[in-house]
Design a protein around this ligand. Structure first.
Ligand code: G6P
Length: 443
């Protein structure tokens, strides 16, 4: 039996992971589950509800929620990390400040992602150090965003750490693909994919029998992106509930038009169509507001409900793809399943014509010994150029963090495909620096 600590216990995604762990007690049995957060009050709301859920559904699991790293990180096999330095309040800044200058405002892409990266590095490195001190043999499975910058920072600052950086977006898109071709789950798809986090392309999508799904997917994507076939009215893709996701999934048809040989990650819209994104974003009401008004409110009020009633029998909380992926990954490492999963890893030849020291997102085989990236071969000039530009942005951010260099951070923003000029980069950077003075190293 294994022991897990969830770092970021107060996250709105934590209850989903707990439900998924409970559902997987046959495949991934737990001895203990701990929550860790540096925000006691916030974590308490989620923890009190989860304690009831665990008592009702899997009472054999020992549960504890703490703000003490010594308790949280001792005797664990896995650290599941999904922290948000600065919370949603700072996410709102990341999104709104660039928008003041008509630049994409997004939590992981462009200047907002860079600002968030400068905050996140400190928090994630702290978690690694706790893990290495209290449970040196554990694995950290890290969802904390912006995943690309965080991954590069961990590569440079803690090169020997047992950390695997992951993202559920390709998993969510694969579920969307499964829906389009009429398969039950994204797990029924075997793919070849290469790129960076939130920045990649599928070159092959097969079903488990090896049948090529690309032609059918391309026909669909050409018309509807990853959105539903709007000529039918019996479509209910669960991903498409919120308007911002509906737009993102539909916009894929334009990204696809640029390179019809591949199928894209949805996030490429921020780099290929930044002007469109800016025009279609309300600068006074961004995704952070949407999340605070919806998911944040719903999850927290549902947690309080459970605690008040003392039961979670009829709860609306459920486990989603985000939770499925991280639990599946832990299971593959613990029980040597040799599953094929998309992870963010040091390139080392996986993409033949991209630098070895780039942190790339490629399929890997996961087993007890860790992960083994699969070779994706040489990639075309268009993708190679884009990847090299974006990798340089990410490397400059990490160098700026380590060297406390304003100049390097300015270069990073200037190089981002979301930013039109060095002048605009400087304007945005100066505002972000002011807003982040409690979080960034002093430049
Ligand atoms: C996906 C992405 C994450 C991102 C999340 C944002 O899961 O892979 O990187 O953090 O979406 O979701 P939200 O609902 O908070 O905008």
């Amino acid at each position: 039996k294994k022991s897990v600590v969830i770092a970021g216990g107060g996250s709105t995604y934590t209850a989903g992971i707990v439900m998924m762990l409970i559902n997987n007690q046959d495949k991934f049995p737990l001895k203990s589950l701990k929550f860790y957060d540096n925000d006691f009050e916030r974590q308490k709301v989620v923890a009190d509800a989860c304690e009831i859920i665990i008592k009702e559904r899997a009472p054999e699991i020992e549960f504890v929620a703490t703000t003490d790293p010594a308790i949280a990180f001792s005797d664990v096999d896995f650290v599941m990390a999904h922290i948000r330095q600065g919370g949603l309040k700072m996410r709102e800044m990341d999104e709104k400040i660039p928008m003041k200058y008509d630049v994409v405002g997004q939590e992981t892409c462009g200047p907002g992602g860079i600002a968030y990266g400068m905050r996140s590095i400190t928090g994630v490195i702290e978690l690694i150090d706790y893990m290495e001190e209290y449970s040196p043999n554990a694995w950290m499975l890290n969802y904390s965003n912006p995943a690309s910058i965080v991954a590069e920072a961990t590569r440079v600052l803690r090169p020997n750490a047992k950390i695997i950086n992951i993202c559920d977006m390709p998993v969510a898109i694969k579920q969307g693909m499964a829906d389009i071709v009429g398969l039950k789950s994204g797990n029924d798809i075997v793919d070849r994919y290469y790129g960076l986090n939130h920045y990649g392309w599928w070159t092959e999508v097969l079903d488990k029998d090896g049948n090529d799904l690309m032609p059918q997917l391309k026909e669909h994507v050409k018309k509807f992106g990853y959105g539903p076939d709007t000529s039918k009215d019996d479509n209910d893709n669960p991903l498409l509930m919120e308007q911002s996701w509906v737009d993102t999934f539909a916009k894929v048809k334009d990204i696809y038009a640029v390179d019809p040989d591949t199928l894209p990650n949805t996030y490429l819209k921020y780099y290929l169509y930044p002007d469109y994104v800016v025009k279609h974003t309300d600068p006074t009401h961004t995704r952070a507001n949407e999340v605070m008004e919806n998911r944040e409110k719903n999850v927290f009020s549902e947690c309080r409900n459970i605690t008040k009633k003392g039961t979670a029998q009829d709860t609306t909380l459920e486990a989603g793809e985000h939770a499925e992926f991280i639990v599946q990954l832990a299971g593959a490492l613990a029980y040597n399943t040799h599953e094929r999963m998309l992870l963010i890893v040091e390139n080392n030849g996986a993409i033949a014509n991209v630098d070895d020291d780039a942190m790339v997102e490629v399929p890997c085989i996961v087993s007890k010994r860790g992960y083994e990236p699969l070779a994706m071969g040489k990639i075309p000039t268009f993708q190679k150029g884009m990847i090299e530009q974006q990798v340089s942005v990410e490397k400059l951010v990490v160098q700026a963090y380590i060297e406390k260099s304003y100049q390097k951070l300015w270069k990073a923003l200037t190089l981002s495909a979301t930013v039109p000029s060095a002048e605009v980069a400087k304007l945005v950077l100066d505002d972000l620096q002011e807003a982040n003075k409690d979080y960034w190293p002093e430049l």
